[in-house]
Design a protein around this ligand. Sequence first.
Ligand code: GDP
Length: 240
Amino acid sequence: MSDPLLPAVPGFLPADDSGAQIKRALSWTHTARFLTTASKLSELPASELPEIAFVGRSNAGKSTAINVLAQQKRLAFASKTPGRTQHINLFELGPKDAPDAMFADLPGYGYAAVERNAKLRWQEVMATYLAVRRNLRAIVILVDSRLGFTEIDTKLLDFVAPRIGNGSVTLLALLTKIDKLNRSQSAAAVERATTVIERVTTDEADVSVSTFSSLSRAGVGDCALFLHQCVHHRGTPNGS
Ligand code: GDP
């Protein structure tokens, strides 16, 4: 029998083989390595590789989540060093000699202490990135499960609604720090988030809500699997 971890044709593993699929997806997310940082869109390398953007309010748990997915302690903390908080950081994934995807860590938003000019500049960088980045395949929006979607999160959703709605970009709403909630609170948080993302849901849209904890690792494997499938089991961006 062939090795279940090395299927000849990705995407054709039997449905009951989810453990092996998760393992394979995690070994893929573990390959994430820093590629470059950019303070404006024109500094980002043009790429044909499918890109997954991570967005969320400051303190939502985005850096920790990226580090846990990558199984590296400090990978995403480059974005927290002074002077880099407004930057887009790109990570490359897959074999070193044949990278197959990128993660884009976008600046956290909603941090009250950021001065007005920096906020406006951030909005411009972020908005332009989400609207025009050609190879954008998926957006992971991280939301603290205790807070749910805030006004600024829903504004961002509305902003990306056209690309989500026409199915060219997949959306994953990740409810973070789920270890802080009990089972019924967690179910209620998922229900509330599902209602919110209905605003971007169309027949073509590919949207999901999932729970996540960097602390207990709940949902980490499922998240890795989702991202892996986004990149490996679907068509190229914009359906071309
Ligand atoms: P970011 O600003 O979105 O990058 O947020 P961070 O990743 O820096 O996390 C913000 C705070 O939340 C830190 O104190 C983390 O230790 C904490 N945190 C992150 N993920 C989790 C989690 O899954 N569970 C709990 N309980 N705390 C978390």
